[in-house]
Design a protein around this ligand. Structure first.
Ligand SMILES: [Zn+2]
Length: 426
């Protein structure tokens, strides 16, 4: 069959929503124009029949590393903590050509699109230190800018220039010139975390752009989130500011934790939690009572902080496994983060889009028409089973369809959602 994607649709019909309603949605100019009970009114053509599927707001990935994705086999790193992953990556990175980065990044972005993700914010390394040329330092950024251009119209991609503590400013600026949108870094890894934080924020201010920093990705050691929040508090309200990981925040005593969370809320600093990678990287020095390495999710939610969740590293030295699938991240938020399924899906969809500065995508009039339709009866089943069969819509256009075929021996099977047989009262 000829590939007909992307394919615009003016309506989707017979879609089940997490609240149990079965609805038709009309779409105009990439935005939901009307939501009505299925069959209640005639909807425009062309329409897509989603009978038997659960319709969800499309998830977004607020923290990926497309330049590192799928490098695990090539790097062949030891299994270990953040420091050993960084060492393995730095030993491998100089050998990468642009084409190999493009191929891995494109494959991962398309896999995420097929899984339902219609927006990705990816960090991209500023490659090297003061000894390399701008051309060398920007290989990753140029590769990801190419992938972003190839996938334009299918998904939105934002790039963050991830500057290690030894990357001089002129190389960070070269990566921004090569297409990165935001300044990134990891001040907690610098010999002087406060100075690195101040340097990165000053660089962003100089260019009038936002920041997305790896923040306190350690169970011990420096706390930079408090200073970060104070330093961006007076920024223009539309300048993005995001803190990823915030592992250390989850280890602080309640009084200090809550004081920092209050500052984060005042500064409107978005937080991104990344369960799969921090469950993998953190806690290796704790053979008993091993901590989970997650930000304090309940306290952040209760404080009204903008909170998103993502998958971070996928099959690279920082995490050998994972799919970059928001349903996988949501499952971990339920089991390791103790959120409800509704809260968990909220973090990978509305929460993720909020920290990325994107307009809401939702099954309601006025929202951007970005959807994920899965074969499931309800949200808990969708998160539990993460069905491979999916339909993905971005701005009113079908951009990915996955259909699987399964054969099993013939059995008498009772589906869990079939109503129980009626037993006559005796
Ligand atoms: Zn990261």
């Amino acid at each position: 069959m000829a590939n007909s994607l992307p394919r615009p649709v003016a309506a989707v019909r017979n879609a089940k929503l997490p609240d149990g309603r079965v609805v038709d949605l009309s779409i105009a100019s990439g935005v939901v124009s009307e939501v009505t009970a299925a069959g209640a009114v005639s909807t425009p053509e062309p329409a897509l029949d989603l009978s038997g599927r659960l319709l969800l707001p499309a998830p977004a990935e607020p923290h990926a590393h497309l330049d590192k994705a799928r490098s695990f086999d090539a790097v062949n790193p030891p299994l270990g903590d953040l420091g050993s992953a960084i060492d393995a990556w730095h030993a491998h990175a100089p050998t990468m050509g642009i084409e190999s980065i493009v191929e891995r990044a494109r494959a991962q972005a398309l896999a995420m699109l097929a899984a339902g993700i219609t927006a990705i914010r990816s960090h991209v390394d500023v490659l090297g230190d003061g000894r390399v040329s701008a051309g060398d330092a920007t290989r990753g950024a140029r590769a990801l800018a190419q992938v972003r251009e190839e996938l334009a119209g299918l998904m939105d991609i934002q790039l963050v220039a991830l500057a290690g503590p030894h990357c001089p400013d002129h190389l960070v600026e070269a990566v921004l010139d090569a297409g990165a949108d935001l300044v990134g870094g990891a001040p907690h890894l610098a010999p002087d975390p406060a100075a690195d934080l101040a340097r990165l924020l000053a660089l962003a201010e100089r260019r009038g752009i936002g920041v997305d920093l790896h923040t306190d990705e350690n169970l011990f050691g420096p706390v930079t989130l408090d200073a970060y929040a104070r330093m961006v508090r007076d920024w223009p309200s539309d300048r993005p500011r995001t803190a990823g990981h915030c592992v250390r925040l989850g280890t602080l005593d309640a009084a200090r934790r809550d004081a920092i969370i209050a500052d984060v809320k005042t500064a409107d600093l978005g937080i991104v939690t990344l369960p799969i990678t921090n469950l993998y990287l953190q806690g290796r020095d704790h053979p008993v009572a091993t901590p989970r390495g997650l930000a304090p999710l309940r306290e952040l939610l209760d404080a009204g902080v903008r909170l998103g969740a993502g998958a971070d590293n996928v099959r690279d030295p920082f995490n050998p496994v994972g799919r970059g699938d928001a349903l996988e991240t949501a499952a971990l938020l339920v089991t390791a983060g103790h959120l409800s399924p509704e809260e968990a899906y909220g973090l990978v969809s509305a929460g993720a889009r909020s920290v990325m500065g994107l307009p809401p995508a939702a099954t309601e009039a006025g929202a951007q028409a970005d959807f994920l339709a899965v074969r499931a009866e309800n949200l808990v089943e969708a998160i539990a089973t993460a069905p491979a069969d999916r339909v993905v819509i971005h701005r009113g256009r079908v951009v990915a369809i996955t259909e699987t075929r399964r054969e099993l021996p013939a059995m008498s099977v009772v589906r869990p959602h079939d109503p129980p047989a009626l037993v006559p009262a005796s």
